[in-house]
Ligand binder design. Sequence first.
Ligand code: SAH
Length: 255
Amino acid sequence: MLQNIRVVLVGTTHPGNIGGAARAMKNMGLTRLVLVEPRVFPSPEADARASGADDILASTQVVASLEEALTGCSLVLGTSARDRSLPWPMLNPRESGVKVVEQAAQGLEVALVFGREHAGLTNDELQRCHFHVHIASNPDFSSLNLAAAVQVLSYEVRTAWLAGQVPVNAQASNQPARESELATMDEMEGFYAHLEQTLVAIGFLDPEKPRHLMARLRRLYGRSEVERPELSILRGILTETQKAARGEPHKRKDQ
Ligand code: SAH
């Protein structure tokens, strides 16, 4: 079950932190590490700091974009040391552990995303996450070392897992039973691109003045737990909207 959980490090500068993160993960029973454009990897410094977690480093996946790192995921948590401009659904580390374990126990893929040492995650990257996680810290000195932040979250995942606070099935929680599988991040990205194109085509979104429209829509759909057949309906609506905008005839099943 813990294998459904991946730790994603974006743009890591210091290879020592990659090793430190691998060690923190292995201590807590997590195994899947994904690196998005690390500055240096593999590296002897990473090996040294991993001190025994070399199996995690050996199976670490290196990818070119966050989008690629999130392929197949239906829950994404992004960590941030600071408040960002657009308020987003927040979880504390304890709640994150419970949420992650709940989803992973249902066989769903989950990602915990961590940012760059100096700049964290960009707004764009944070907007790809369903929830933001802030580790309560001294407001005057709020950034933890990257590997330390991975340690805190991994520990909370393990704590939730050990506590067995996992509903046996969806009925056991206060959520209605799910009819179909949740759409994955890559499927949602395809939808967001389609939605954006359509909104531009019908003149609702001005590419010169996008404001926070796409971010707000990502936040809306991100908290909706969209299932795959529901996503097909949304895509179908967009396709028909685009046709209508081009003045093409409607597709009606009863005609
Ligand atoms: N100066 C950066 C700090 C980056 S610290 C910023 O202001 O965002 C590197 C990474 O460690 C962060 O991107 C985040 O993933 C994690 N991290 C550090 N401190 C954290 C905190 N208090 N809460 C949540 N994540 C934290």
